[in-house]
Design a binder for this molecule. Structure first.
Ligand SMILES: O=P(O)(O)OC[C@H]1O[C@@H](O)[C@H](O)[C@@H](O)[C@@H]1O
Length: 279
């Protein structure tokens, strides 16, 4: 025992001086601070995670159910479960890496699985990989997402490029499907809650005063764009009223088409963020 509290967040530090913090509560990344930039991940100061209570901010892991698309609690149980650190980062590595695990012996439920989260912190990039293994004797299906909360100086002057031409389910308009006409999304304070399907592109998130973020994914085929806007934010007890202006969720998801997983099989989904020059 080194005296570290078992629930203390783990800090990753790479040779470039970039830092990230991950909590075993939810296996959740809470912070990403590349050297020379400020914090790039939003974490609500009103978030009080605990037994059955999710963190507001960071990168919640939605599994085995995205949102309310099934019988389980919203976004499933992975984000409120206690994960285990299985591989700690080596000191002074160019890419600091840590692995966390959650398996079905740790959580009540009727499917046998082993989840692994691999966090890789490179020079000015961050990659999260979710691995889902079926360790049981029967097939089952799931939906999932890496629900990344990007921190921004002001959402109202931000833009998100790369979604033009894709079909999306608009959850603000009863799930109706539309085709995205805009080369870049802008944000005016209206609630936005969309599942873009088959989004096999690199997206670019830009905002003055912060480096451009190039967001890519593999395994995950859908992208969720979510911001509550002021009216919905006022109903969320764990988000300061004004903080809808400081965040945008761009989530890598496997949602529209649930993943069917046979016994012994493993699925992998990755979200990666590369930084460009300051905006
Ligand atoms: O408040 P929660 O459970 O963390 O969910 C936040 C949002 O998560 C998004 O992924 C969903 O598309 C939204 O519908 C939802 O409101």
């Amino acid at each position: 025992m080194d005296g570290t509290h078992p629930l203390a967040p783990l800090k990753l530090l790479n040779a470039s001086g970039d830092e990230a913090v991950v909590s075993v509560h939810g296996g959740q990344l809470l912070s990403w601070r590349p050297a020379g930039t400020g914090e790039l991940i939003y974490l609500s100061p009103l978030s009080h995670p605990g037994e059955g209570v999710a963190v507001r901010g960071g990168v919640p892991i939605c599994f085995p159910q995205f949102s309310n698309r099934g019988p389980l609690p919203k976004h499933g149980f992975a984000r409120t479960s206690r994960w285990m650190l299985v591989t700690a980062p080596a000191p002074q590595a160019e890419v600091a890496q840590a692995r966390f695990q959650l398996d079905s012996s740790m959580v009540a439920g009727d499917r046998a699985y082993c989840l692994v989260l691999v966090v890789r912190l490179g020079p000015r990039w961050l990659e999260l990989q979710l691995q889902v293994a079926n360790t049981g004797r029967t097939s089952w299906s799931f939906t999932a997402a890496l629900h990344t909360y990007f921190q921004l100086p002001d959402l109202r002057s931000a833009s998100l490029e790369g979604l033009q031409g894709l079909d999306y389910e608009d959850m603000v308009r009863a799930g109706s499907v539309h085709r995205e006409p805009a080369p870049a999304l802008g944000f005016d304070g209206s609630e936005i809650d969309r599942v873009y399907r088959a989004a096999d592109r690199t997206l670019v998130l830009r905002a003055p005063g912060t480096p451009e973020r190039r967001i890519s994914q593999t395994g995950f085929v859908d992208v969720v764009v979510w911001n509550p806007g002021p009216a919905k934010a006022a109903t969320l007890g764990d988000l300061p009223a004004q903080d809808w202006t400081r965040m945008l969720c761009v989530e890598a998801g496997a949602i529209a088409q649930p993943i069917e997983l046979a016994p012994g099989k493993t699925w992998r989904g990755t979200q990666r963020v590369d930084l460009g020059e300051p905006g």
